[in-house]
Design a protein around this ligand. Structure first.
Ligand code: NDP
Length: 372
């Protein structure tokens, strides 16, 4: 199996493109099982935005069994040259932000992974969808729920999948905590705490420019507590309250939240109490409390290993690079219609965006905001 994988990874792009139908033909002849066929389907991915996270995803994809980096979309020609050499990307699979609509004429790319500043995701994802390619888009999927919904609609209209880069949805210890909750081992869930934050550096970066980020810590890191509350409790919130503190209004200008504390109420009566901040280091903790047990994860959403303990003992499932697992799973979602334990589709992204919209409204009005 390993040598077959290595062979597939080494095979040239054109050979890969040809190998899929030829295996299908072989299957009909030799009665190969469908699962073998599926295993051979490699998701050929172009990364858009060759920045810090794009680089991490590219590295992780080298170990993926089912996803292969085959193209790039970048505004920086020098990076394109480096990536071409490093990953063996052919010139015809390299695009910039002006010409990437031409990807529609490129049969050797299946999906584009959008890893650019938040405010660019919507337009870029919609262009990718219109080019007929599947879209994988980083979190936050957009800068508000309306834009997120437009992305969902555009992908649906184009008949392509839209997946959001929620890598924690595939992390083994996280899934074990979710299993415990679903099995009833934790009893009735009453409380979730999520702490998400770090001290942000360079004041000139796009994350501190509202036109590119759409917000501050909440869009970037607070979203992990929102998303985590939802998958740990297994419910959708019905209300939010939120309070903002700003200690540095120069660095964190209008439209860039520094620290927000927020609370969410759930239909069962469970509540979540969360902190999102760009002004405190080392905040990466989830705590879930039920009538029969509890789960604590710290770190809970970093690149790993995730450190989890429960009333029954530690969570000890082995660490695997999150982005490698994510890409394998996303290939299975796209090609095999696999349904993940926790969704990563566009609708899931919109749910988080609606909550972020409500939190910003609650900060502004000082009132409890109901979610429909
Ligand atoms: P970086 O600034 O490191 O990279 C962003 C890249 O986007 C740039 O290098 C550039 O690539 C491209 N880009 C296009 N237009 C612009 C522009 N106007 N200004 C700046 N860059 C531009 O950011 P990150 O990689 O850290 O973040 C990118 C996205 O990934 C964000 O949405 C972020 O939330 C998400 N992310 C997700 C993580 C996760 O764990 N899921 C972790 C970190 C980030 P080029 O030069 O090739 O055009």
């Amino acid at each position: 199996m390993k040598s077959r994988r290595v062979f597939l990874q080494k095979a040239s792009l054109s050979a890969l493109a040809i190998s899929i139908p030829s295996i299908a033909a072989l299957s009909a002849k030799n009665n190969l099982t469908e699962s073998i066929l599926k295993e051979d389907k490699i998701l050929r991915v172009a990364i858009m935005g060759l920045g810090s996270y794009g680089t991490r995803v590219a590295e992780a994809m080298q170990d993926s069994k089912r996803a292969k980096l085959v193209g790039v979309i970048s505004g920086t020609p020098s990076k394109v040259e480096t990536w071409k050499a490093k990953y063996g990307i052919p010139a015809e699979n390299c695009y910039n932000y002006e010409n990437f609509d031409d990807i529609k004429n490129n049969p050797s790319i299946d999906a584009v992974y959008v890893i650019t500043p938040n405010a660019l995701h919507k337009e870029q994802s919609i262009r990718v969808a219109k080019a007929g390619k599947h879209v994988i888009c980083e979190k936050p999927m957009a800068i508000n729920a309306k834009d997120g919904q437009e992305m969902v609609d555009a992908c649906k209209a184009a008949g392509v999948k839209l997946l959001i880069g929620y890598r924690m949805h595939f992390e083994a210890n996280t899934l074990e905590a979710i299993r415990m909750r679903k099995s009833g081992e934790l009893g009735e869930l009453k409380f979730f705490q999520g702490l998400s934050g770090f001290v942000i550096g360079d004041p000139t970066q796009w994350r501190l420019n509202p036109a590119l980020s759409g917000g501050g810590a909440m869009m970037d890191i607070g979203i992990y507590s929102i998303n985590g509350a939802r998958y740990m409790l297994g419910e959708e919130p019905i209300w939010v309250t939120a309070q903002e503190t700003k200690t540095d209004p120069v660095k964190f200008k209008d439209g860039i939240d520094e620290t927000i504390q927020f609370q969410m109420g759930f239909p069962s009566g469970a509540v979540a109490s969360c902190l999102s901040t760009y002004a405190m280091n080392g905040l990466d903790k989830f705590f879930l409390n039920g009538s029969k047990g509890w789960v604590e994860m710290q770190p809970s959403t970093g690149y790993g290993p995730i450190n989890g303990k429960t009333n029954k003992g530690p969570l000890e499932l082995p660490h695997v690079t999150h982005q490698t697992v994510q890409m394998d799973e996303m290939a299975a979602i796209i090609f095999d219609g696999k349904v993940p334990e926790v969704p990563v589709n566009g609708e899931e992204g919109v749910r988080d965006m609606k909550i972020i919209d409500a939190i910003f409204k609650a900060v502004k009005t000082g009132k409890k905001v109901m979610l429909s």
